[in-house]
Design a protein around this ligand. Sequence first.
Ligand code: ADP
Length: 812
Amino acid sequence: MKDRINIKESSNAQVYPCVPTRELVVFPNMVMHFDVGRPGSVKAMKNALQGEGYVFLVAQKDVNVERPEKSDVYKIGTVAKVKQIIKTPNGVYRCLVEGVQKARLAELIDNDACYEAEVRNIPNYGRENLSENEITALFRELKEVFADYARVLPRMPQELYTQVMGASDAKSLFEAIAFNIVLPFEDKQRLLEIPSSGEKTAFLLSVLSREIDVLTLEAQIHEQVHAAIEQNQRDFYIREQIKALQNELGENGFGDEAGDMDEIQNYVDRIHRLGAGDEVENKLLSEVKRLSRMASGSQEAVVIRGYLDTCISLPWNVYSKDQTNIKKAQQILDKDHYGMKRVKERILENLAVRSLTPDIKGQIICLVGPPGVGKTSIGKSIAKALNRKYVRVSLGGVKDESDIRGHRKTYVGAMPGRIINAVKQAGTKNPVILLDEIDKMSNDFRGDPSSAMLEVLDSEQNFSFRDHYIELPFDLSDVLFVTTANTLETIQPPLLDRMEVIELSSYTREEKFNIAKKHLIPKQLAKNGLKASQMRITNDGIYALIDGYTREAGVRKLERAIGSLCRKAAKEIVEDGAAKVVFKDGNIEEYLGHRKYLPDLVSKENQVGCVNGLAWTSVGGVIMPLEVLVLDGKGKIELTGSLGDVMKESAKIAVSLVRSIAEKYKIRSDFYEKNDLHIHAPEGAVPKDGPSAGVTMTTALVSALSGIPVRSDVAMTGEITLRGKVLPIGGLREKTMAAYKAGVKTVIVPKENMGDLDEVDDTVKLGLEFVFAEKIQDVLDAALVKKTDPEDIPYEIVKQPVRKASKAAVQK
Ligand code: ADP
């Protein structure tokens, strides 16, 4: 150390000009610039330069003290060589010094604010207390920590980094770091005071680590603040742009900010009041949040508003109170509908079970039957009887899954599906929803609506039904679903599986009469503003309506005819001042015109080759005559009368069967080669199909080929096998009813249908003779006219015992 020569390490005190420094610590060996402003200090510096060139620099404890005393400065400072003093234009002096010797202050002499200090030298680096290894460890650690420090310090000069990393011992490492980095001056003072280089390194290590923490934290805070500011600025900028664009377009979406806030708050309040559970609330609130960020006139805001309004109007937690009184429910059901015993019973059972176990999720009822038998209207009564809201959803013609499940709200004009709409319309979570005409649902390329329907009707799934529009699970398990259908054939099996089918058959003439009298007439009177005292339809008048003006399974046309009579009566009362109008069999044609339907009577003559078949159509049972003509020819079979494929096959079976029994009826054995057969079903334009005409065809063929006439008062139905077995058929009740109405005396039906006799109306049972056929022989025996000459009789007529209904049962 070149300047050291002048200063001996000694215990003797020496006196130097002294400058108390503010926030500045100079180490021995350190060269540095600093500015001096206080006149006393400037003088001291000048004195030093003019004298031996040394000055004692010692830090002030409190930077604010203008004229420090001994107790205001630290005890240890540094004697430094003054290299240069330059006066700067702003009046302060810039000094260049080099630290030479650490020294302890003994006395501070104040010569009118120009200080002198009496100091004793102390070694710059004192004796080492740490082991060599400890020092090495500290040395390495300090380098590593410094590398970290360099990483977090925003602008670390490259030379400093190289110098530190290149330091070869603890002392030079310490000096490279301590002289060059910015630290609080208290730390630097402490570093100066600590005697040995090992201890200095240890302290520097802890200071640096602390600095790293602080710097990292600072960086984080800075980043956060910066990000927040950036986001704010970005939002602000975009909003301003939108505003400008909207002004340009003449929309004034942002016009009423107070109004917007009211709207948002209103949504939030309504959502909180819904009681819909956290998932729903959170989703809706997040939509409200989106809305709040949008221009209120924008297309998207309109979509969100529509969505929120729909969701909020759903009855997430609204129930109507069920009526649990079974007697009362029964009264309501009976009041609205005549008969329909099974449906009513099923509903009352349902009610009973529910009152025992309220949580039970009921099965879905499917009412199947021809049009106009009251399927839809009983649905409404069920709702009334249970005191539930009622909504009807028509499924006829629904082809698209989104009809059931809705469109995603991103589509233009998207809406919820029919199910959610129905619930919304009901306004309660437990309405009766009538799914009308579920058999008319079809599927096309847009997706299968019945699979969506499955989810609606399956009690395992419908507690969380998801509509595409609503996007939230809605619980449908409290809804009572009633479905209606005309036929079960077109309902998908899995769907059918989930429903309890109740069949409603067509009404008999008597039932129609009762329905008209008890329900339809009072209903139509009220609808047309008439009193019972002003209009009457006599009993024979009602029958005239049923027989002459309607031919249907249900009572819809009948109701229409009654409505029409009501209007005519109203006109007469108002126009002509009539007090009362009475409609009866005798005068009904004056009002409604000629009767449209004449009784379907069977011919009175026994004929060859003509048989009364029985068919079951959508309007109930009908007599379906079948004619066969045998012509010379080549064995061709001609079928006419819009016969379907199944009927054509029946014809072929019948021909083969007749060949097998030809001999018995003296039919020429080669008829199938030598004759043409023409089979025709009259009312040719009406399509007919089904297997149950098998026996009819066979009988007609046998009669035509053998020349034996068929009894005209016999009607028949039954499927036939190649070997002559008679198989059961459907619609026994309707078919026998038609036979009875047409004046038939004997009906031949398959023996296996015997069990269905309970369904047959009592009047019909009393009025008809039943023949239960097991084989074709039984049919032919009963149907073909018996020859009078016993010699000629090739067969015997065997009559089956007939079950007749008792008189008592009929009267009941
Ligand atoms: P569907 O739905 O089976 O086609 P609707 O329910 O539309 O038949 O019934 C047609 C009309 O007949 C309705 O006005 C209904 O009230 C009436 N109706 C049907 N059956 C009965 C009945 N058993 N008692 C009283 N009215 C009935």
